[in-house]
Design a protein around this ligand. Sequence first.
Ligand SMILES: [Zn+2]
Length: 203
Amino acid sequence: MPTHACDRPFPRHCPECGKVEVQPAAIAYDAEVKHDGRLYSFRIPALQINKCAACGEVLFSNVTDDQISQALREHLSLLSPYQIREALRALGLKQKELGDRIGVAPETISRWISGTHIQSRAMDNLMRLFFAFENVRSVLAGSVPDQNLGAIVPEQVASSLPGLTERPRVVAQLCATRTRFSRLFSDNVRRRRESFELTPTLN
Ligand SMILES: [Zn+2]
């Protein structure tokens, strides 16, 4: 694994051979990155690195790390920091409000938006649902959601809930109404989101 270099002018000193011949370069790089408990392998065609012209030593920089993180997000089709930020802006929500509603510390939201951390698939799904559906935002508006939300409930409770005629039934107050699709996301993401469409009858 290449070592890191700090921010100094080029050409830089090579920690391997000692010559001052380290310059920025781009290489094709087969990344193996562990995320969310799994190992992912993917190719980055032009990874920005620093390389010693004398001995060929490759050094990573912060730019390299950022590029690998971004490539991992794209490989996993996770929301980008830009998409999260723009969704919040479009909805008029602050980072802290998003954190409060989905149950994540504001510092965590901040790390997702700054790009220093990458959200899990589960959190990515939750954020997509939250951004896409007014009803999701509505039921998560309080600090604690309705205790029956998503739970199997007895007949007498289920019969009092709108849209539920059979039981036992998973309570979903998120039925039917879909919010307008914003133009924040690509067609690809939009198609993916449609697979999350909620119905009142979850069997
Ligand atoms: Zn060298």
